[in-house]
Design a protein around this ligand. Structure first.
Ligand code: DGJ
Length: 350
């Protein structure tokens, strides 16, 4: 009997020591963020650097999902390069989830690179950029579009993948040139009526195409417009505000920063009008040494819309950083003022 009692006490003691240890250690293992600090290394909730470049956000069932290029390993400039096409091997598309656009949990590589077929679009030797994921309410599928490339950037195509879950795995369906036109930097925008559009730098990046997508979001309908002809706009990021459509984009200077531009339209397939550089403050004329990738409203917060940028480190792409800034809406004029650090929490709830 005494032996039994001692054994029970022993188990109880061990459990409570373990519990106390867990309590002490838990704040260390769950990394929580208080603010967005531009251009620093951002950590996920496990304390690892967030690796999701050229990314985009999906808001689904009260959660944000951030998809991006998982750039891992050495950056090289190939021997044959005639321009600064610095690259890492393709690893895949990463996904992080968050309740607040501040604290991100790594959900894994949701579309991995292919290692055993050098002809495959997703082979490590190729290029995979600017993935964007949208949800199709009719098919109940999560649809990913990305820029798929050959290492020398001559393929200029869009790749499409689907999943039943926002955290994958995504099944790769293949690639094509939408409406037989080149497709490099790209994004997908779903309007309030459920219609989706792909915006892509085309015609050797000189002209931006807006391709209307079929109801399943997997293919273009054949209806498209050519915009900003000969103006070489890249890095498109689209949003809607007060019934108007806006397009934030960069110039075309490889991995190097340049000046951003905002354009507005009353309808997506209608006429787009350039309204100038929205960035203000320190280094605004170089987009704060960054390049646009996505614009995301924060739900539940009054007038909080975040413009997401990549600050590329062209000779060490894995160590590229992020710059996220709130849009400023002042009497109908949209600006993106430089702020070194800020928190979504200080914005009033709706
Ligand atoms: C600029 C694009 O915006 C990036 O996504 C990438 O394709 C680089 N060019 C490559 O130089």
């Amino acid at each position: 009997m005494l032996i039994l009692l001692v054994a029970i006490k022993d188990i109880f003691m061990k459990k409570s020591i373990l519990f106390t240890l867990m309590l002490i250690l838990s704040p260390l293992s769950a990394f929580s963020q208080k603010e967005i600090v531009q251009g620093t290394q951002w950590l996920d909730t496990a304390g690892n650097p967030i690796n999701a470049h050229g990314g985009g956000i999906l808001y689904h069932d009260g959660k944000y999902y951030w998809y991006g290029e998982y750039k891992k390993g050495e950056t090289i400039l190939p021997d044959w390069a005639t321009w600064e096409c610095y690259r890492t091997d393709v690893t895949g598309v990463s996904c992080y989830s968050s309740p607040d656009m501040l604290n991100w949990t790594f959900e894994g590589i949701v579309l991995p690179a292919v290692t055993d077929d050098s002809d495959h679009d997703l082979h490590t030797s190729k290029v995979l950029e600017r993935p964007k994921v949208v949800y199709n309410k009719k098919t109940c599928k999560f649809v990913m579009w990305a820029h798929v490339e050959s290492a020398d950037y001559s393929k200029a195509a869009a790749g499409v993948a689907v999943s039943d879950s926002p955290t994958g795995p995504f099944k790769y369906l293949g690639s094509f040139r939408p409406n037989d036109a080149m497709s490099r930097d790209q994004t997908i925008f779903v309007d309030d009526d459920g219609k989706a559009y792909q915006f892509a730098s085309s015609e050797n990046n000189a002209t931006l195409y807006i391709n209307e997508l079929a109801d399943d979001y997997l293919r273009p309908t054949g209806k498209f417009t050519r915009n900003f002809i000969g103006e070489s706009r890249e890095a498109p990021a689209v949003f809607k505000h007060d019934g108007k459509y806006y397009l934030l984009s960069s110039g075309c200077t490889g991995w190097d920063p340049n000046q951003a531009e905002l354009a507005v339209a009353d309808s997506i397939m209608g006429e787009w009008k350039t309204i100038g550089d929205p960035c203000t403050g320190k280094d605004a004329d170089k987009t704060f040494y960054a390049q646009s990738t996505y614009v995301q409203p924060v739900y539940g917060k009054k007038d909080l819309v975040i413009a997401m940028f990549d600050r590329w480190n062209k000779t060490d792409l894995e160590n590229s950083r992020y710059v996220w800034l709130p849009l400023n809406f002042d009497n109908g004029k949209i600006t993106i003022p430089w702020i070194e650090k800020w928190s979504p929490a200080v914005y009033p709830d709706k």
